[in-house]
Design a protein around this ligand. Structure first.
Ligand code: FES
Length: 195
């Protein structure tokens, strides 16, 4: 008896609640979604740079991101003055047994070493165990720059592959990006020197 009364009352209250809901609604309105606005405002507050951010050497460089920019349409990159971004003549593709060898004097390290035309000045120095400066290793920052002390344009001594930072003026003063510089003759190098 009691159970039947309980069930009956329960059904009655449910019916009243449902009918109230459909006749008046809950009057609840969803909060406006402003997440897109917030994201756009935040993006607008970040200053733009003309070149890709250098990658963090502590995590081994950011080849994928930097490479994606390098392989892009050339947007925002140095088209003139900077050398060798275009063209396929990559000196690192020269087979070892065909590569010429040059004598490079690293003044700060106090040694003259043999560097093949298919290896960079940075790689050759690292092979000696020297802790030379670098960040991106792709010619997209200036961390690895050095100075050729023999006078004249640095491209009289090296081929830059994918140099996107040094303009003709800096190179004419002898500056080079050691991470993308392949020797074409003997010379003297001062590492850790930037324009
Ligand atoms: S390490 Fe960035 S340009 Fe050489």
């Amino acid at each position: 008896m009691v159970d039947a009364l309980g069930i009956g009352l329960g059904a009655l209250f449910t019916l009243i609640a449902v009918s109230l809901h459909y006749t008046r609604g809950t009057e609840w309105t969803p909060t406006e979604d402003i997440s897109e606005d917030v994201l756009e405002r935040r993006a607008a507050s970040v200053p733009k740079t003309d070149f890709p951010e250098p990658m963090n050497r502590s995590i081994g460089g950011g080849g994928a991101a930097a490479g994606a920019v390098a392989a892009g349409e050339g947007e925002g990159e140095l088209e003139e003055g900077g050398a060798a971004a275009e063209g396929d003549d990559d000196p690192s593709a020269i087979p070892d047994d065909e590569a010429e060898v040059f004598e490079i004097e690293y003044t700060k390290e106090g040694q003259t070493i043999e560097v093949k035309e298919n290896e960079t000045l940075l790689e050759a120095g690292e092979d000696e165990g020297w802790d030379l400066p670098y960040a991106c290793r792709q010619g997209q920052c200036i961390s690895c720059s050095g100075h050729i002390a023999d006078g004249g344009h640095s491209e009289d001594y090296v081929t830059h592959h994918t140099n996107e930072m040094l303009g003709d003026e800096e190179m004419s003063e002898g500056y080079t990006l050691t991470c993308v510089a392949y020797p074409t003759t003997d010379f003297t190098l001062e590492t850790g020197e930037s324009p």
